[in-house]
Design a protein around this ligand. Structure first.
Ligand SMILES: *Cc1c(COP(=O)(O)O)cnc(C)c1O
Length: 765
């Protein structure tokens, strides 16, 4: 561990401001040793690499504490409008390096660990990813927290502290095997439990309609135990809070129930209640209507709203603390942003609190609710839209079902007044889908209950406007719902200045990015066929198996085997993305136009010096606009072409018969060329491509291949290639999540980002 450190040297070289003061390094070493001794209870003879990581993490964490407390004090004193970003996913990855960078501690820590004979990068590698997300939606939430803190917004992330995050992916004999992500096993130095702020969340029961109002009674209670994680802004001494709830059974859980088999069984059954926060559902862009998932969604919403309302009520007025009771001020003090429909229950829950508990009139409560809430849509794919069965709702949340029905009754009354006799429109716009099993359309609930609706890219917002009827009509809301665009991404691969020009570090990196290793092709999930709903996961796994099978053939081929490699990188996650995205030359963003809401990997690659081969879909459209279409490799159908093809009728065999190369590839897959021991292994994939491909990928095939030939030709000309790279990096400023969040603040939350810097605290303990 004390070998010469090339990474250390690198960090020294790239250090713009030189090493932090010697005193700082001395303090860091001292505190590191103190934590090793007092926190880890180890000496240097028995300490493991993980112990050293924890000692360093605690040492860095100490520098957050003063800033964290003072930021929260500052918010309490100044009482600014608060932003509450509610999300079922926060895909944070690791915290140590991000904290060091944002607090400008990285060089000093590197020097301190070096002087202690340790390699900081090796210690950083011991940290578990906080993998509390599936992909883009969860990573977006993490980037937004970072940006809200960096812009000085009084913001909070609210979610669930899953005991198990996204599964670890192992590839065994070419097949995906999932492993539980036991990320908390060794403890999490970045969180602080707050049992004193535990809150009850109610489920089941029934409603009683009395003259004084409605009561929700005979409920089962689960406690929500908050864990706080600090969210440091970029070198502005702001530290915001991400509060994640963990489910805890009450002490008396089941003990009073006479139908339970006694004390031991009652204690064992506590697991049932605590399962609510056990595991993240590994569904990306797919709705699986499981009761436990609905419980998770209501659990986070109920606990969070209790917190929001408590904080609203105790806010300061001048120098006095007053119990604020005028809820008409709620939209001036609180913005609630719903990350997709997953936390949509915030709307009926806020109505329940305001009407049933705070005794507001329905009209007043609704006005407040709409002006407080805003909704971000993440997809137009029908299989991803949350449509909860009314029966399940009635059982789990009977009062909320009544409230949703009342919201819908008033909503449809307004639609009917505006479009008399238009029954089709009433059905289309209803929050309740009739016919067969009755379901609640959560997107419609969000659109009706919010003052702002946004998509995640321009083209996505345009498609939303054209396909989601609700926002286009006046529902006599206090504020008209509108659709805005907010694309964004921020994974700090380099410390890049994203405001339209290059940082010195980025310029230097450019010399290195123009030529690197062979491209890693992206396996786009949109290309999987979703008619296999029941076995969706196993169909995705079959696609992975096909990729590894093709790899086995190509990588062992005597002719191309040492010139071309197909490598499936297992267990893709934030930490792996941070490594492979800066290493790539070509980014493949090849969704059929109109199907990918935004994509975010596309923007990360652009920022990091890869060129894009892509369709005119999602954020690709805006990337081409910013960098110049001639600096991307754009191919394939536009949305209009796809619509026209739909009208004409898509027939895969036309392309198969016309394009010999395509025919050969499909025939090889179908005939067992890649699976000689099991020739029909991939017949379902071929069947899907030939007969029920909703994504019509063959229609884009010919143009894709032509475009790849252009890519190959340009790759032989490093100067021209690098020129395009420079145009891309120079044009990617728009995709900074700082820019996105500033736009959310102005257009949705009605606040101006302060860019305020707080004074640095005295870290001496
Ligand atoms: C950015 C990111 C994603 C989402 O990528 P898309 O291109 O938007 O699908 C998924 N996982 C990780 C780890 C990421 O960093």
């Amino acid at each position: 561990m004390s070998k010469p450190l090339s990474d250390h040297e690198r960090r020294k070289q790239i250090s713009v401001r030189g090493l932090a003061g010697v005193e700082n390094v001395t303090d860091l070493k001292q505190n590191f040793n103190r934590h090793l001794h007092f926190t880890l209870v180890k000496d240097r003879n028995v300490a493991t690499r993980r112990d050293y990581y924890f000692a360093l993490a605690h040492t860095v964490r100490d520098h957050l504490i003063g800033r964290w407390i003072r930021t929260q004090q500052h918010y309490y004193e100044k009482d600014p409008k608060r932003v509450y970003y509610i999300s079922l996913e926060f895909y944070m990855g690791r915290s140590l390096q991000n904290t060091m960078v944002n607090l400008a501690l990285e060089n000093a820590c590197d020097e301190a660990t070096y002087q202690l004979g340790l390699d900081m990068e090796e210690l950083e590698d011991m940290e578990e990813d906080a993998g509390l997300g599936n992909g883009g939606l969860g990573r977006l939430a993490a980037c937004f927290l970072d940006s809200m803190a960096s812009l000085g917004l009084a913001a909070y992330g609210y979610g669930i502290r899953y005991e198990f995050g996204i599964f670890n992916q192992k590839i065994v004999n070419g097949w995906q095997v999932e492993e539980a992500d036991d990320w908390l096993r060794y403890g999490n130095p970045w969180e602080k439990a707050r049992p004193e702020y535990m809150r009850p969340v109610h489920f089941y029961g029934r409603t009683e309609h009395q003259p004084g109002g409605v009561k929700w009674v005979d409920t089962q209670v689960v406690l929500a135990l908050p864990y706080d994680t600090p969210i440091p802004g970029y070198r502005n001494n702001v530290v915001n809070t991400m509060r994640l709830w963990s489910a805890k059974a009450p002490c008396e859980f089941n003990l009073k129930d006479f139908n339970v088999g006694g004390y031991i069984q009652a204690v064992l059954d506590r697991n049932l209640a605590e399962n609510i926060s056990r595991v993240l559902y590994p569904n990306d862009n797919f709705f699986e209507g499981k009761e436990l998932r609905l419980k998770q969604e209501y659990f986070v919403v109920s606990a969070t709203l209790q917190d929001i309302i408590r904080r609203f009520k105790v806010s300061k007025f001048g120098s006095r603390e007053i119990a604020r009771t005028d809820f008409s001020k709620l939209p001036d003090k609180v913005a609630i942003q719903l990350n997709d429909t997953h936390p949509a229950m915030a709307i009926p829950e806020l109505m329940r609190v305001l009407v049933d508990e705070e005794k507001l009139t329905w009209e007043n409560a609704w006005d407040i609710c709409v002006r407080t809430c805003a909704y971000t849509n993440h997809t137009v794919l029908p299989e991803a839209l949350e449509r909860w069965p009314v029966d399940l709702f009635a059982h789990l949340l009977p009062r909320h079902l009544e409230i949703v029905y009342e919201i819908n009754r008033r909503h449809l009354e307004k639609v009917a007044a505006k479009y008399p006799g238009d029954n089709d429109r009433l059905c289309r716009m209803s929050l309740i889908e009739e016919g067969g099993q009755k379901r609640i359309n959560m997107a419609h609930l969000c659109i009706v209950g919010s003052h702002a609706v946004n998509g995640v890219a321009q083209i996505h917002s345009d498609i939303l406007k054209a396909t989601m009827y609700v926002p286009k009509i006046s529902t006599s809301l206090s504020v008209m719902p509108y659709i805005t665009v907010c694309t964004c991404v921020r994974v700090k691969m380099f410390d890049a200045n994203l405001h339209g020009h290059l940082s010195p570090l980025m310029s230097r990196r450019l010399c290195q990015v123009s030529r690197r290793n062979p491209t890693i092709n992206k396996n786009h999930p949109n290309n999987s066929q979703l008619i296999y709903r029941k076995s969706f996961i196993s169909f995705a796994k079959m696609i992975i198996r096909l990729i590894t099978a093709i790899g086995e053939v190509i990588n062992n081929d005597p002719v191309v085997g040492d010139r071309l490699k197909v490598i499936f990188l297992e267990n893709y996650r934030v930490t792996l993305a941070e490594k492979i995205i800066p290493a790539a030359d070509l980014s493949e963003q090849i969704s059929t136009a109109g199907t990918e809401a935004s994509g975010t990997g596309n923007m990360k690659f652009m920022l990091n010096g890869a060129l894009t081969i892509g369709t005119m879909d999602g954020a690709n459209v805006e990337m081409a606009e910013e960098a110049g279409e001639e600096n991307l490799f754009i191919f394939g159908m536009r949305v209009d072409d796809v619509d026209a093809l739909d009208k004409r009728g898509y027939h895969a065999e036309e392309y198969y018969n016309r394009l010999p190369e395509l025919k050969q590839a499909i025939d090889q897959i179908a005939g067992g060329f890649f699976s000689p021991k099991q020739p029909d292994l991939f017949k379902e994939i071929v069947n899907m491509l030939m007969h029920h491909d909703r994504f019509k990928v063959f229609a884009d095939y010919e143009d894709y291949i032509k475009c790849q030939e252009k890519v190959n030709a340009l790759y032989k000309n490093p100067k021209e290639w690098t020129k395009k790279v420079i145009y891309n990096i120079a044009g990617c400023g728009k995709f900074s999540s700082d820019r996105t969040i500033a736009q959310y603040a102005r257009e949705i939350w009605g606040m101006e980002p302060t860019h305020e810097k707080l004074p640095a605290p005295d870290d001496k303990q």
